[in-house]
Design a protein around this ligand. Structure first.
Ligand code: ADP
Ligand code: MG
Length: 251
């Protein structure tokens, strides 16, 4: 499975979901690759120190005769590898402008790796630009984190429209795996209303597992750990573990 985690809104839990879902799958014994496609490199810095970085995804995507294999890094988590991003990735769009294969670059350069990993998880930037389009073209499945907030559904129309365009041509087999509600506060009436509203809009696409707001989830990247080693008994660990089971079950 090649899973793109996307939502053009920032701060909705894309990176938190990518790093912990990838860790959960690796911990279950699946060979897993996390690909950071956000120039901010938050997923990268959740597991690696800047000085540990060699080749990043940018060079692997733009330099001649390279594939993503050249940029694979090991992490401290057994079974989890990472293709890191640096701020240089922000140049990707202008670099590829006008190239005939600009939408397919990631798909092509990921191909040599697809047999090495059972799960490839891609974290994307908060835009619907060329990097996110490349992720959606390369992906077999899409997972959309939606923050449990009053403005939660703002912008999802644009995302779904982009997905339909990509399904129409470059990637007709792309499957919308589901929506995960994140940063949820189940104690408030507003939280409950928002959850119900998201369920009305997305129906059975909404994962049963809801990710609650939890300080532990916010803290773990600072210690270069997944939630499972940082706070194994926290609600965040339990919820991301359950989400990983649902993801496995939906394929
Ligand atoms: P995105 O990648 O969509 O921009 P992030 O995963 O980086 O979103 O989350 C935005 C901020 O919210 C980060 O500081 C992150 O640590 C925090 N965060 C994400 N999910 C949770 C959660 N369930 N509980 C508490 N904080 C969270
Ligand atoms: Mg992010």
């Amino acid at each position: 499975m090649i899973l793109a985690i996307a939502n053009q809104k920032g701060g909705v839990g894309k990176t938190t979901t990518a790093i912990n879902l990838a860790a959960a799958l690796a911990q279950k014994g699946f060979s897993t690759l996390l690909v950071d496609l956000d120039p901010q490199g938050n997923a990268t810095l959740s597991y690696l120190d800047p000085e540990q970085l060699n080749l990043s995804v940018y060079e692997a995507l733009v330099e001649e005769n390279r594939t993503l294999k050249d940029a694979v890094h090991k992490t401290n988590i057994k079974m989890l590898d990472l293709v890191p991003a640096r701020i240089s990735l922000a140049k990707f769009e202008s670099k590829l402008l006008g190239d005939i294969d600009s939408h397919f670059r990631l798909k092509d350069r990921l191909k040599p790796l697809s047999r090495d990993y059972q799960y490839i998880i891609m974290d994307t930037p908060p835009t619907l630009g060329l990097l996110t389009v490349n992720a959606l073209v390369a992906a077999s499945h899409l997972l959309v984190p939606i923050q449990s907030s009053y403005f939660a559904l703002e912008g999802t129309d644009d995302l779904l429209e982009t997905v339909e365009k990509i399904k129409a041509r470059p990637n007709p087999t792309l499957e919308f795996l589901g929506v995960v509600i994140t940063l949820h506060d189940k104690r408030t009436i507003l939280g409950r209303d928002i959850r119900n509203h998201i369920k009305e809009v997305f129906g059975n696409k909404v994962f049963r597992t809801i990710i609650s707001r939890s300080v532990r989830l916010e803290e773990s990247p600072a210690y270069k750990e997944s939630i499972f080693s940082f706070a194994p008994h926290s609600t965040g660990a339990l919820e991301y573990y359950k989400l990983s089971e649902e993801v496995i079950g939906r394929v």
